[in-house]
Design a protein around this ligand. Structure first.
Ligand code: NAD
Length: 265
């Protein structure tokens, strides 16, 4: 999507952290911005932050698990700001430790928000984007935990692998349309989602987190640039993550080489 000026964008989980960073970057490019969240107090402070950039902004209290409320949001946005052509399915929560230590309720809650929330957004907004024939763009927020399985993040990591897969298949589906698809895969971003981790962390881990954390405003700019270039994967840092991704690719290729050695060996 070459020009974001005057387009209408919808960002879920847009009242805080990465979502707000994306909303601010879009507003700075001249887009009309609607943000949705479940936290009314955060929506109110995000609104005044966004109003310092644009007057074309609105907030909606929407739970991404609830398709009917997304449908209602879609018509309200269309009548106030115009039809949505930029969809950022970003709302998400953390949750889940080791597989067997994670309660069933936690698995369901995390998958409901992190995976179904994204799918609901696509099902509600994509048909209109296609009917209008584009241009349009969808950005789904996954995580680097959806690219390489590190640590013990059962429910969270599984939901993010699912979002990466969904985005890859959606991009195939939409290849011949004017609607692009990107998947955002941040590693550590300085947002309130890290609060719990920060409280539990030792001094040493805390300084590690602080050393790695990228600002949500930078992530917003990275998302805008990926949209303009129609890039599938959006990574937010290439320091620790490069090593982790290399390890994953090497492990996969080594397994294939053991089972099906390259010709001539
Ligand atoms: N911060 C990180 O290090 C990091 C790393 C990788 C991926 N992510 C992902 O980025 C996304 C944004 O997270 P963040 O770090 O900005 O955290 P955040 O907590 O600042 O923002 C998430 C927002 O989503 C909202 N939300 C939660 N459940 C919702 C629901 N059911 N419906 C609508 N809104 C809901 C929250 O109220 C919150 O305002 C999440 O999907 C998260 O998994 C974050």
């Amino acid at each position: 999507m070459k020009t974001l000026n005057n387009r209408t964008a919808f960002v879920t989980g847009g009242a805080s952290g990465i979502g707000l960073g994306i909303a601010k970057a879009l507003a700075s490019e001249g887009a009309n911005v609607a943000i949705a969240d479940v936290q009314a107090d955060r929506l109110a402070s995000a609104l005044s932050e966004l109003q310092s950039i644009t007057s074309s902004v609105m907030t909606l209290e929407v739970d991404v698990r609830d398709k009917a409320s997304l449908e209602d949001a879609s018509s309200r946005i269309e009548s106030e700001l115009g039809p949505v052509s930029i969809l950022c399915n970003n709302a998400g929560i953390g949750g889940g430790g080791k597989v067997l230590d994670t309660a069933e309720e936690s698995w369901k809650n995390v998958i409901d928000i992190n995976f179904w929330g994204v799918l609901n957004g696509i099902q509600v907004f994509l048909p209109g984007m296609l009917e209008r024939g584009g241009p349009g763009h969808i950005v789904n927020t996954a995580s680097f935990s959806g690219i390489q399985g590190h640590g013990h993040q059962s429910a969270y990591g599984s939901s993010k692998f699912a979002v990466v897969g969904l985005s890859e298949f959606l991009r195939n589906d939409l290849a011949e349309t004017g609607v692009g698809v990107s998947v955002l895969c941040p590693h550590v971003v300085d947002t309130p989602i890290l609060d719990g981790l920060r409280q539990r962390a030792s001094k040493q881990v805390l300084s590690l987190i602080d050393g790695m954390a990228v600002s949500p405003d930078i992530v917003g700019q990275q998302v805008v640039s990926a949209m303009e270039q129609d890039e599938l994967y959006i990574f937010c840092d290439g320091v620790q993550t490069r090593e982790m991704l290399t390890k994953r690719c090497e492990t996969l290729l080594a397994a294939m080489d053991r089972q099906f050695p390259p010709a001539g060996e």
